[in-house]
Design a protein around this ligand. Structure first.
Ligand code: AMP
Length: 422
């Protein structure tokens, strides 16, 4: 279905055509007419489905050709990166419209807060905000939500995981006039059902096949001891000189630092992105990665959800994510739209049961590739592995077992080093 068949305003159609959007994606086909009809929406859809345009286009359509100068739509999302990205998309879609937007998030200096305050007081039509910073502004008393027509929650499951349930209720309680609420979530656990009961009114429901990695991602996995991982990622990156953009994901901030150190000095730019960085540093790092100045980024799951960077060739999971859905998000960073990409996961023994759960979720077995010879043998695949302390290493029979065994029980040993997940 084309966007003009969806009845969107000419100015929006023109912007879409400039952006190279030809056909609506399934979620856009389903969501846009229902939002235009005034319904609340509960949508189960992951990033990469085109969900941002699905909620923003009908909102912009209603705002087109009118002069409001009031806050008409509020988008709340979990991270500042996502807030910035959504706001940038809004700027693109509204290029030929007289609609203003601003991203409201924390982490900047005091000047940012003052600028955000000014924009809020001026009455910018669309606000994209993270919950905490929005509440800081709400508490100051100058936010006028009296004309809000659309309240949109994006990545709602992530926000609840981050402990924002009460904040969302607080924000919702500030919107007193009649409005439409649109809730987007990658998963539908009971807590999302609970939230949707509290804030949605007889919603139209859409579920876009989740839990399936994008087609076009070639997935493979290496069974490794922790002590082999640094050498393995060095080799994987070295072997692929034509890959311009590579992301290495890991679950903790500490490991981000370890991996960056392991990769430094290889003759290409490596950059860490985790919540340890100042906001400005994170923005700089993302900008350089987008512009291909930085070839390799090492990140925690800060980047795995929602961030849209074009042309990533390779995603390496240095460890298996704790949450099976995060695997799909992580590998979804590659092969966006119609392109192809490679996703490689390093699995130690402790992570094998977790990886099996991922395979169950995606309903397919990921190919286990042998380690390069010079790294020695890795562990055997044992999805029922019960932990190193129960003697599970005994199935390791590689000729370098003593050497690797010693290193493996040292500082990189995963089982001893499970610091809190970012
Ligand atoms: P999202 O799921 O909103 O994060 O979108 C994923 C990517 O798909 C973004 O780069 C969008 O710009 C792009 N996109 C969304 N809708 C379309 C469409 N109808 N045609 C082409 N690209 C699209």
């Amino acid at each position: 279905m084309t966007f003009s068949e969806l009845g969107l305003d000419d100015s929006i159609l023109e912007a879409l055509s400039y952006m190279g959007f030809e056909k609506a994606t399934p979620i856009q086909e389903q969501a846009i007419p229902n939002i235009l009809e005034g319904k609340d929406l509960l949508a189960c859809a992951q990033t990469g489905t085109g969900k941002t345009a699905a909620f923003i286009l009908p909102v912009l359509n209603q705002l087109a050709n009118k002069d409001h100068k009031k806050i008409k739509a509020l988008v709340v999302c979990p991270t500042r990166e996502l807030a910035m990205q959504i706001e940038q998309q809004i700027q693109g879609f509204s290029y030929f419209l007289n609609v203003g937007s601003i991203a409201v998030y924390g982490g900047g200096d005091g000047k940012d807060f003052v600028q955000q305050r000014k924009a809020i007081e001026r009455g910018t039509e669309v606000i994209v905000a993270t919950p905490g910073k929005l509440i800081s502004h709400l508490n100051m008393g100058y936010v006028d939500f009296s004309e809000i027509d659309y309240f949109i929650l994006d990545e709602a499951d992530r926000m609840l995981d981050m402990g924002f349930f009460d904040d969302i209720q607080t924000i919702s309680s500030h919107i007193k006039n009649k409005h439409q609420t649109l809730l987007f979530s990658a998963t539908m656990p009971p807590k999302i059902r609970k939230l949707s009961k509290a804030i949605l009114n007889n919603p139209f429901e859409i579920s876009i096949a989740i839990s399936k990695p994008a087609e076009g991602v070639l997935q493979a996995a290496y069974l490794t001891y922790d002590s082999q991982k640094s050498a393995l990622i060095r080799q994987l990156i070295k072997e692929k000189p034509t890959y311009e953009s590579i992301i290495v994901f890991t679950s903790t901030k500490k490991k981000v630092g370890d991996i960056v150190r392991a990769l430094k000095g290889q003759g290409y730019q490596v950059q860490a992105i985790s919540s340890d960085l100042q906001q400005k540093e994170r923005e700089d790092a993302l900008r350089k990665f987008r512009s291909k100045e930085t070839r390799v980024v090492v990140a925690t799951d800060v980047l795995s959800r929602g961030i849209d960077i074009k042309g990533i060739n390779l995603v390496i999971n240095y460890d298996v994510p704790n949450d099976a859905e995060d695997y799909i998000h992580r590998i979804g960073r590659t092969a966006r739209a119609d392109s192809t990409g490679v996703a490689l996961t390093l699995i130690n023994q402790d992570d094998m049961p977790k990886f099996k759960k991922i395979e169950d979720l995606i309903e397919s077995e990921v190919m286990k590739v042998p380690l390069p010879k010079e790294l020695g043998e890795g562990p055997e695949w044992n999805p029922n592995y019960r932990g190193s302390r129960s003697g599970g290493r005994s199935n390791y029979k590689g000729k370098n077992s003593r050497r690797i065994g010693k290193k493996g029980s040292g500082k990189h040993s995963n089982s001893k080093n499970k610091s809190k997940r970012k």
